[in-house]
Ligand binder design. Structure first.
Ligand SMILES: Cc1cc2nc3c(=O)[nH]c(=O)nc-3n(C[C@H](O)[C@H](O)[C@H](O)COP(=O)(O)O)c2cc1C
Length: 489
C-alpha cells in the first residue's frame, strides 16, 4: 500500500508525452510493444489482439499492426494500448508499480488528494488537421476498419474510441466509448446502452425535433479512451478529467461543422450528424460480457460530414470478447480506484482495497476488502460499492472480505467465501438494477438485472473469537526464506 501521508503531487512520475506516437516510442523503449506485419483487417487483426491479450492478462504487450491487407503501409492499428501494468502507470502518470493493488492505491490517493480537472484549451491547429476529407472525398473504407468476430454484422471503426457530444440544454460536453459500425463510405452508426450519457443527450435532441451533432475519435492517447469508458459523473467534461489526470490541459480544435472539440492530437476523428429519424440496422456485435446477447437493431444513421486525420493514421482497437479482453485490465484497475474513491466519499471508513476482476469483464465481479469497524459495516460497504456511479452499470456480484484478504487474489477471495460466508445469512440480493441489452441473462426491456452481494468477512459479532488462521507467521516465513533462499526463488 502507498503511504497515505505522501505530500501533494509526489505521486506524479512527470515524464509526460505529447501524443500517441511519442507514447508508442516510450512503450518501445520499455519493451512493451510487439509488431504484426501483414494481418488481414478481416478477422485476423482482432483475433491476434484478443488471443495475445488473453495469454497474459495485465502483462501482455500492446500490438501495432502494419501492412494491413489491402491498405497502404503506415495505416496502422494499435491494440491494447494501456492494457498492461507498466503501460497503464505511464499513461496515468504514476510511478511504476509492482502489483495491481499498488497501482489502484496510487490512483486512489491521487483522487483523494491531488485531483482537479483541467479544462481543455482551444488551439488553432494540430496534427489531426493534417488531412480533412469533405464531400465526395469522404470514404470510411479508406481506413483499415476491422471486422472483429465471425458473427458480427459489420466492420467497426470505433471500439477504442471516444464519442463526443454536447448536451443541448447545459452545453456540457460528454465523451463516451460507444461502438461505431461503418455502414458505407459516408455513414456510420453508434450503439449506446440505455442510460448512457451519450444516449440521454441524443434523446434530448430527438425530443426537440433536432438531429444530434457528434464527433467520433477512433485513434488517440489511451488516457482519453480510459476516461471515456469509465463511468465519470454527468456534467463532468471527460476532456477536463483526462487533463486533470495527466496534469496538463488537452488541446482541442473546434470542428468545422458543429464546433465540437476535436482533440488536436487524435489520429482520426469523424464529424457527423446523427439523423434521429433516419434508421438503419446495426449489429449484432460480440460484446464485453463475452456473448452476442442482443440482435441487430435499428439505430439512427450518422451522416459523416468531415474526416480529420493525421498522415498515416493509427486506429485504436479494443476487442470485446469472452474475458480477459484487451482492455479489461486497464478498466479493472481504474474502476477499482474509482469505486474505492466513491465509497470513501460516501462515508465508508476502513476500505483497504477494491478489485474488479477481469473474469467479470472488470464490472460483474467486484471485491472490496475492509477493516470491519462496526456491525453492518460489511453490508453497507457492499451496498455502496454496488450502487455508486462507478460500480453500478451492468454489475452482478460484490464480495466484501476482511483486510487480510487481497481482493485481487481470486484464490484468497474464494477461500474467504468458502470459510467465512454462511450463504443463507450472508448473501443478499438487490433487484431491478441498471443493466443493458448486452447482459446475456436479459431477454427483453426494461434492461434491469438482479445483483448478489456476499459478506465473506468473519461474522462481526464474534470476529475476535473466529478460529485463528493456520499458517506460519510472517516473521517465521522471512527467517526460513533467508536461511534457504534457493527454495523460494
Ligand atoms: C471497448 C469498450 C466498448 C464499449 N462500447 C460501448 C457501447 O457500444 N455502448 C455503450 O453504451 N457503452 C459502451 N462501453 C461502455 C461505456 O464506454 C461506459 O459505460 C462509459 O461510462 C460511457 O460513458 P458515459 O458514462 O459518459 O455514458 C464500452 C466500453 C469499452 C471499454
Amino acid at each position: 500500500m502507498v503511504d497515505e501521508s505522501e505530500p501533494k503531487n509526489s505521486l506524479r512520475r512527470n515524464e509526460g508525452y505529447a501524443d500517441l506516437r511519442e507514447l508508442i516510442e516510450r512503450f518501445e523503449s520499455m519493451g512493451e510493444i510487439e509488431h504484426v506485419d501483414g494481418a488481414d483487417w478481416n478477422l485476423e487483426v482482432a483475433a491476434i489482439a484478443e488471443t495475445v491479450a488473453a495469454k497474459a492478462p495485465g502483462r501482455a504487450p500492446a500490438l501495432i499492426f502494419d501492412n494491413i491487407k489491402g491498405y497502404p503501409k503506415g495505416f496502422r492499428i494499435m491494440a491494447g494500448g494501456a492494457n498492461g501494468l507498466k503501460r497503464l502507470a505511464v499513461v496515468m502518470d504514476l510511478p511504476e508499480p509492482e502489483t495491481e493493488m499498488e497501482l489502484v492505491s496510487a490512483m486512489r490517493q491521487r483522487m483523494r488528494k491531488d485531483f482537479q480537472p483541467i479544462s481543455p484549451i482551444e488551439v488553432n491547429s494540430g496534427p489531426v488537421m493534417e488531412n480533412i476529407d469533405r464531400g465526395d472525398d469522404i470514404d470510411m473504407w479508406k481506413f483499415p476498419v476491422p471486422f472483429v468476430h465471425e458473427l458480427d454484422g459489420g466492420r467497426y471503426i470505433g471500439t477504442d474510441d471516444l464519442v463526443i457530444m454536447r448536451d443541448p440544454d447545459s452545453g456540457w460536453v460528454n465523451c463516451g466509448t460507444y461502438r461505431t459500425m461503418v455502414h458505407d463510405k459516408n455513414t456510420v452508426a453508434v450503439w449506446m446502452s440505455p442510460g448512457k450519457h451519450g444516449r440521454l443527450i441524443a434523446e434530448k435532441y430527438k425530443k426537440r425535433g433536432e438531429d444530434c451533432p457528434v464527433l467520433i475519435s477512433c485513434g488517440q492517447d489511451p488516457l482519453l479512451f480510459i476516461t471515456a469508458h469509465q463511468e465519470i459523473d454527468p456534467e463532468v467534461d471527460e476532456l477536463a478529467y483526462a487533463g486533470g489526470q495527466r496534469g496538463r490541459a488537452i488541446d482541442y480544435i473546434p470542428s468545422e461543422v458543429h464546433k465540437l472539440p476535436v482533440p488536436a492530437d487524435s489520429e482520426l476523428v469523424i464529424e457527423g450528424t446523427m439523423k434521429m429519424d433516419e434508421m438503419r440496422e446495426e449489429g449484432p456485435f460480440g460484446e464485453f460480457m463475452g456473448y452476442y446477447a442482443s440482435n441487430a437493431s435499428e439505430l439512427p444513421v450518422v451522416n459523416v460530414e468531415r474526416v480529420y486525420y493525421r498522415n498515416e493514421p493509427i486506429l485504436t482497437l479494443a476487442v470485446p470478447s469472452r474475458p480477459p479482453e484487451n482492455f479489461t485490465f486497464a478498466r479493472a484497475t481504474v474502476k477499482s480506484a474509482l469505486i474505492w474513491d466513491e465509497m470513501e466519499k460516501a462515508g465508508i471508513p476502513g476500505v483497504k482495497g477494491v478489485w474488479c476482476h477481469e473474469a467479470g469483464a472488470g464490472r460483474l465481479f467486484n471485491v472490496v476488502a475492509i477493516e470491519q469497524l462496526y456491525p453492518g459495516h460489511a453490508s453497507q460497504a457492499a451496498m455502496v460499492a454496488t450502487n455508486c456511479h462507478a460500480g453500478n452499470y451492468a454489475g452482478r456480484w460484490v464480495v466484501v472480505v476482511d483486510q487480510d484478504i487481497d481482493p485481487s487474489n481470486i484464490f484468497d477471495v474464494i477461500w474467504a467465501m468458502s470459510t467465512r460466508c454462511d450463504p443463507p445469512e450472508d448473501v443478499q440480493f438487490i433487484k431491478r438494477a441498471w443493466s443493458t441489452p448486452l447482459d446475456p441473462l436479459l431477454r427483453e426491456p426494461p434492461w434491469q438485472n438482479n445483483r448478489g452481494i456476499i459478506d465473506a468477512c468473519r461474522p462481526y459479532g464474534w470476529k475476535d473469537e473466529f478460529p485463528k488462521v493456520a499458517e506460519s507467521s510472517p516473521e517465521l516465513k522471512k527467517q526460513i526464506q533467508k536461511k534457504w533462499p534457493y527454495l523460494y526463488k
